[in-house]
Every structure is written in C-alpha cells, then in structure tokens.
Ligand binder design. Structure first.
Ligand code: ADE
Length: 231
C-alpha cells in the first residue's frame, strides 16, 4: 500500500487530519515529531514542519528518506496574490517557486535558482486532479489551479503582492510549498500543495490572517481528508 506524507507548517493546519488519523506510533527526529499511522485505508505520515522553507525542506527529505513516502501533500493557508482570489478560495498548486531566490546582480532573473535546471517545480497531475475534485466537493469558495510562490516572509503589502503576481505569476503566497516542491523534485517524488486563502497579502493581511487562519486551515485539512479517499 502507498504511504502519503502530509505536511503542515502549524498545528492549526493539521488538527482535522490528526483527529481522523489512527496514530500507530510517533518518531522523533531533528526536533520534529512524525506521526505514523492510517487514515481510512491509506498509510500516512503526518508532520508539523514549522514555519519557513528550511523547516519544510528538512521534513520533506526525512519523509522521503526515513518513511519512504510515495507522495507528499502540503496543506495549509496562504495569502491571495492573483486577481479574483479572495479569502475562503482554494489554490491547488500547478507548480511552485521560491520568490525570495534572487541572484539577479549575477545575471539570473529573480526567482531562478542559479546552476539548476529547474526553479519552477511542477506538481503531479494525478494529485492535482484528485485535490481539485475533493476541493470542489467540500469547499463552497472557488477552487483554482495556480502557482504557489513561497518565501521566508509574511506578505502584507499591496506593492509586494503585485510583484509576486506580475513578476512570478503567483496565485497565492505562503512560506513552505516551494521548498517541499523543490525537495520532491530532487527525489522524483510526486507532490501537491493545497492552500486555503486566509488573507489578501495586502496591508490588511495581519488582521485577516488572525481572523481566518483557523477556518482556512480546517478547510484545507478537509480537502486532504476527502482526497485520501480517492488517491
Ligand atoms: N500564509 C498565510 N498568509 C500569508 C501571507 N500573506 N504571506 C505569507 N504566508 C502566508
């Protein structure tokens, strides 16, 4: 049977998933707890990676090396970047990039990782399709397939948001997805990022995030639970 790795950055993003999980054991590694067990008829390993790209990358590599996961799902919240995306909508990653990678003084365009073949990491079509169907079934807001742009910054200004939209083609901004995508690419493991929008990544983002983070995190978790029935 396949084993699915499920990553959330924060406890709030994993509450519903862990509530539905039959936890068989926990494994401690690198100051992080990995929950091993089943949800329905699927083997899963669930981990709260902590916030930011380095934490997310580390946990993804551990899921691959120590738990031999066959696929990785990243669930959580994000700020809206693309026009027409608002609080409560869902972005399913078509791909992901790191918006804070910038060696442009050396000649590479911003967002391009120097000396790598790829900087935009493509999610698995099969996982995108299952996630989209699950989202459309359980969420009343819009479901869009788009680009997840990640960086070690909470985006809370219209100016930055416009840059993420116009320079990088972002649909939503968060802080882990592209790092997970990068590690999955390096190991040829399929992934998808699912993000429910908690804020508009503008001057009001902190207030909106405080109000909607828990609900948005739950919505993303519900999509993952529905998805697991159909993987
Ligand atoms: N996660 C949720 N909202 C976010 C934002 N505005 N920027 C970065 N990460 C986020």
């Amino acid at each position: 049977m396949k084993t699915i790795g499920i990553i959330g950055a924060m406890d709030e993003e994993l509450v519903l998933i862990k509530a539905d999980m039959n936890i068989e054991k926990t494994v401690e590694k690198a100051k992080t707890t990995f929950f091993v067990g089943t949800i329905g008829d699927k083997n899963v390993v669930v981990v709260r990676c902590g916030i930011g790209k380095v934490n997310a990358a580390m946990c993804t590599q551990i899921l691959i090396d120590d738990f031999s996961v066959d696929a990785v799902i990243n669930t959580g919240v994000a700020g809206a970047v693309a026009d027409g995306i608002t609080v409560g909508d869902v972005i399913i990653s078509k791909d992901a990039l790191q918006h804070d990678m910038d060696c442009s003084p050396l000649g590479d365009p911003a967002g391009v990782i120097p000396r790598m073949n790829e900087s935009i990491f493509k999610a698995a079509d099969s996982l995108i399709n299952v996630a989209k169907a699950a989202s459309e079934k359980v969420i009343s807001g819009k479901t869009a397939i788009g680009r997840v742009v990640s960086g070690d910054q909470f985006i809370a200004s219209s100016e930055t948001k416009v840059k993420l939209r116009d320079v990088f083609g972002g649909s939503c901004a968060e802080m882990e997805g592209a790092a997970i995508a990068h590690i999955c690419y390096m190991n040829a493991v399929p992934f998808v990022v699912i993000r429910n929008i908690s804020d508009s990544a503008d001057g009001n983002a902190d207030v909106s995030y405080a109000e909607f983070c828990v609900t948005a995190a739950d919505h993303s978790g519900r999509i993952v639970l529905e998805m697991l029935k159909n993987i």
